[in-house]
Design a protein around this ligand. Structure first.
Ligand code: NDP
Ligand code: 8X3
Length: 257
């Protein structure tokens, strides 16, 4: 039996992309998998897939991580056999727009900051005290290459991921003396619904983001997340920066034509 067999994992934002692939990857390791997102219609079919993939138990629930009261209440009211979370994957996140900051709609900023920063904090605040009390656990946050180098028209999204980087570092310091681990997994471009969401359903514009490069796939990130979670208990992988071979950093790409 592997290290993750029978462990309880919670993945936020599991209805799509990296979160979905990560939930499936943990299921294949024999972990008990809890998944949440806002779209219930996406979570229902996922439950069956997770069971088929090997999860001995699956729990799905609707959660908008921006809603602090809902996060607190929902996570406090988890069924007893789901309360002891061993691995939390703070994945729920999004970008909105690609605009000059001084021309952008502040609603875009609110949504990104509320989801990527405040939502991550709310979920972490609800889950980590239990990990500390049990003296075991692992928080894995989704960062980005965007945290390291800001790209044009993406200042606020990049800022949310820079905040995630600082929060991960700070949480690690705060958890010193406990056996709770903290990891930031920081991908470059991954082909998911991310760009469609950024461009509010403009699939043509979204497709251009991944044109003439070989982007990472969500499974590449899921694989990395599971790897960080399956190291021996005394090993803490702090940060993994991962890009396609066609990306050097958040601004330098090798476009094939
Ligand atoms: P997707 O759009 O495919 O998935 C985003 C997920 O987040 C969905 O399941 C969505 O579910 C969920 N989500 C969004 N807002 C909320 C909310 N308020 N409450 C709960 N769940 C929410 O994108 P990715 O898989 O690419 O993105 C996942 C994470 O990876 C994000 O944090 C993103 O910033 C990060 N990332 C992505 C990269 C990429 O290039 N794709 C690169 C680096 C990092 P629902 O809409 O049902 O709520
Ligand atoms: C998502 C990757 O480069 O589109 O964090 O911002 S990028």
């Amino acid at each position: 039996m592997g290290y993750l067999s029978g462990k309880t994992v919670l993945v936020t934002g599991a209805s799509s992309g990296i979160g979905l692939a990560t939930a499936l990857a943990f299921a294949r390791e024999g972990a008990r998998v809890a998944v949440c997102a806002r779209r219930e219609d996406k979570l229902q079919p996922l439950a069956a897939e997770l069971t088929k993939a090997g999860a001995p138990a699956v729990h799905t629930f609707v959660l908008d991580v921006r809603n602090r009261a809902a996060v607190e209440e929902t996570l406090a009211a988890l069924p007893d056999d789901w309360k002891e979370i061993d691995v939390l994957v703070n994945n729920a996140g999004l970008s909105r727009g690609l605009n000059k900051l001084y021309e952008d709609d502040p609603e875009n900023w609110e949504e990104m900051i509320d989801t990527n920063v405040k939502g991550l904090l709310y979920v972490t605040r609800a889950v980590v005290p239990g990990m500390v009390a049990r003296n075991r656990g692992h928080v894995i946050n989704l960062g980005s290459t965007a945290a390291y180098i800001t790209y044009a028209n993406g200042g606020v999204y990049c800022a949310t991921k820079a905040a995630e980087k600082s929060i991960s570092e700070g949480l690690k310091i705060d958890l010193m003396g406990t056996a709770v681990r903290v990891t930031s997994v920081d991908p470059g471009m991954v082909e998911t619904a991310f760009s469609e969401v950024r461009f509010r359903g403009d699939t043509e514009r979204a497709a251009k983001v991944y044109q003439n490069i070989t982007p990472l796939q969500p499974e590449d990130i899921a694989d990395t997340i599971v790897w960080t979670a399956s190291r021996p208990a005394h090993v803490n992988i702090h940060t993994v920066v991962i890009t396609t071979i066609d990306q050097a950093n958040s601004t330098v790409f090798n476009r094939h034509s």
